[in-house]
Design a protein around this ligand. Sequence first.
Ligand SMILES: NC(=O)c1ccc[n+]([C@@H]2O[C@H](COP(=O)([O-])OP(=O)(O)OC[C@H]3O[C@@H](n4cnc5c(N)ncnc54)[C@H](O)[C@@H]3O)[C@@H](O)[C@H]2O)c1
Ligand SMILES: [Zn+2]
Ligand SMILES: [Zn+2]
Length: 345
Amino acid sequence: MLAFIYNEQGKLELKQVEMPKVTEKSAVAKIEAASICGTDLRTYRFGSSKIKPPRIIGHEMVGTIVEVGRQVKGFAVGDRVQIAPAIGCGQCPSCKKGNTNLCDNLKTVGFDFDGTFAEYIHIPEEAFAQDHVTKVPDHLDPKEAVLTEPIACIVNAQNYLHISKGDNVAIFGSGFIGTMHAQLAYHQGADKVFMIEVNDERISKAKELLPQLVTINSLKEDLYSTIMTHTVNRGVDVAITACSVGSAQSDALNIIAKRGRVSLFGGLPKESKGFLDSNIIHYKEVSVFGAHASTVAQNRYVMNLIASGKLNVKPFIKKTFSLTEILDAFAALNNESIVKAVLVP
Ligand SMILES: NC(=O)c1ccc[n+]([C@@H]2O[C@H](COP(=O)([O-])OP(=O)(O)OC[C@H]3O[C@@H](n4cnc5c(N)ncnc54)[C@H](O)[C@@H]3O)[C@@H](O)[C@H]2O)c1
Ligand SMILES: [Zn+2]
Ligand SMILES: [Zn+2]
């Protein structure tokens, strides 16, 4: 089968590999849709120390089971499924509290297991044992259902932020993640959502998707004074950094209101640190939260939102690519001419 591999030289290549083999406790699924995440883009740009090569990358998927082990209960050939890709061990203190995304022994599809950018995927026994496989409702388009996982990560982050009616929210970075953060913030009743970007093309795409956004190009406008003008000198109640840029973290603290909440959603490259002025946190009584991946419960919550029509993701699916076009998809994300790439192998 055709697969997109992170090889021993730290390079990505599309090549023919052996079909995955099912075991008693695992399954094989044909990929119906897979989408490219910001994390995959980071691997494309910089490689990854977290992936054990050779490895098929990608972790966002919907697939149809074509073979299933005898000991797998509750699933059959023909079932259309999604995997919540960050799989906990079920035994460590975080897992026991239900925070499987923070597992001490976390294993993730596309990092520790072969991933989703291929014609078929091996659904590992851990995914079944930890109940990380979810059936996708028949009426739901795989191209929509595939967006479940990244949105679940957003839900995980926003759980800490308690966005409610009347809150002003600032988001740094209008990629898929930032724009979806904005959509969910409106769902929670946010009043003004400020989209802070450095790329005008991305600003206009975000505006197309969510016309009510207040957009700010922070390279061209003075961020601090614009925000203060819009918020009667209070600053924003919530700030979310949806990019992997340290200066966005300092900017977030500068524009946050007293008792505001900040989500550091985008991780930074390893060598960069020290962007937070702890005295701002101290004097303004700011709460700063991390966010890493998502749980299976959050994935199921999001799939239900999409399936029930409460969350419309269709406008985000502007372009699909075949697996053979995967390098074009990465190039289009890399030059920011598209917001999200969905692969239909
Ligand atoms: N915490 C999690 O669970 C989780 C999950 C998925 C993605 N992420 C992270 O979310 C972030 C966004 O993902 P994406 O796929 O939307 O990425 P993306 O690269 O498509 O979008 C990032 C956007 O940020 C903009 N940007 C760059 N510098 C900026 C600055 N200083 N101020 C404001 N905007 C700036 C870029 O122009 C771009 O449009 C990434 O850092 C990714 O690693 C985190
Ligand atoms: Zn664990
Ligand atoms: Zn993802």
